[in-house]
Design a protein around this ligand. Sequence first.
Ligand code: NAD
Length: 524
Amino acid sequence: MNAPENIAKIPSTAHAASPLAKQAAATFDQLGLSLTDRLGADLPVFSPIDGSELATLGMDTPGDIDAVVANARTAFAAWKLVPAPHRGELVRRYGALVREHKEALSLLLSIENGKILTEARGEVQEVIDICEYAVGLSRQLFGLTIASERPEHRLTEYWHPMGVLGLISAFNFPAAVWAWGTTVALVCGDSAIWKPSEKTPLTALAFAGLLEKAAADYDLAPANLIQVVVGDARCGTAIADHPDVAIVSATGSVRMGQDVAVRLARRFARPVLELGGNNAAIIAPSADLDLALRGAVFAATGTCGQRCTTLRRLIVHNSIRDAFVQRLIATFATLRIGTPLDDATHVGPLIDRMAFDGMQRALEQARAEGGIVHGGERLDIEGGADGYYVRPAIAEMPGQTAIVREETFAPILYVMGYDTLDEAIALQNGVSQGLSSSIFTSDVREAERFQSAEGSDCGIVNVNIGTSGAEIGGAFGGEKVTGGGRVSGSDSWKNYMRRATATVNYSASLPLAQGVKFDLDIDP
Ligand code: NAD
């Protein structure tokens, strides 16, 4: 079925399909995917670019989760027996499909999420990169051989597939976070269920649709290896509560994570929690200030301030603070704000009105707490109709007040001063979140202290780069209320497998560990 017909069949769309809706539908056509089975009347999906409706989908309900999990269990029983390098072959094929359709997927992602095209392309590239990473990993899922204290004994550690992965994701990285977890879980031998954000289900259906296609063409892949649940938080809850979902990877707000974590703890399921951040950069007097400025502006305004790693707090040495803030204000004024589909744009729209209202409330509170705010107002953008475009804000604060300690998911950069590095590190660590941090300095002592045990308490610690834009090779995640999870990178694959410790005795006697004696008189 061709895509414009899909849109015409959407029951609740009274008006003609918008140009963006047609573009989104055409993308599905280009990918060889059909939305027909997913159309319905429950969930209107809007583009943040102009607020127009892209499609209306039917929604799964919590009552559907039992059947989805049962399918995933059946798929797991077959998939766990496929040798890991052959599981990698599925991911290799999927990566090739994503690479082939990179441009179409980037366009869809940009239309539905609102991030500028270059960042959308970056996110799709991240999916391709993680596929390659996971393929390599499929031949390196190794355990240890450990020295046994007993003679003629071998002590080893094995890693086995864990079970069904339930992955709940946020709107701001609608594809990459899913791919980080799912491709690695697939090579580890798990089956996967994805509940994407209800704000970005089309991107999810496109990325998962290509994976389903790759699986359908691969005779070793069982049916229902990957399933998508289009639903709201209630479906997320049903996944978190389901006794047959072994691992739940949940990315989103701290509030969501606090609810999910308790549910998982109650049934001892494995959590991988990737929650909110409140990331800071310290600008030391010895910093290369041009570099610091570029790094700070990209980290603060990229994805319109809607990255979990967005720079939200700038801690500037008092000797350079006023001059640096003036340069920041001047640079913010040069940012091109507009449609994300124009390659010249730096900053696209916020996801929706709720995000805009949250930003305005935060700015009001910042003023009430003694802050001086520059920017932050809504902008009228040609072709932007009902989109929420804002000028990124800088708020000069008298200290780390209550609003500064909160994560507001919008482009607001709070600036504070410091005199000593101890003071700067105390400010950096003085919030409940612990995701990403950075220091701009040319002083090696400062750089090393910041990374040491007495430095930043975050999961990501950078020197002379901003807080955002992590590479897939390193473990990604943060501490404190950020949840402690590491969804991908480094040895995070262990989150998707279970460990077995095996001892083999190849002697003719039975020595006990720790020298325990238990002599028996046994008739030969
Ligand atoms: P959100 O918490 O509103 O929603 C995230 C997902 O959780 C959605 O799929 C939603 O339906 C689901 N959900 C919400 N409440 C739930 C519940 N009680 N039980 C189960 N599922 C539930 O977050 P959002 O607005 O989509 O995303 C922004 C947030 O995500 C920010 O706080 C950001 O920092 C965070 N985030 C963190 C990372 C990271 O790696 N640490 C990455 C991306 C986004």
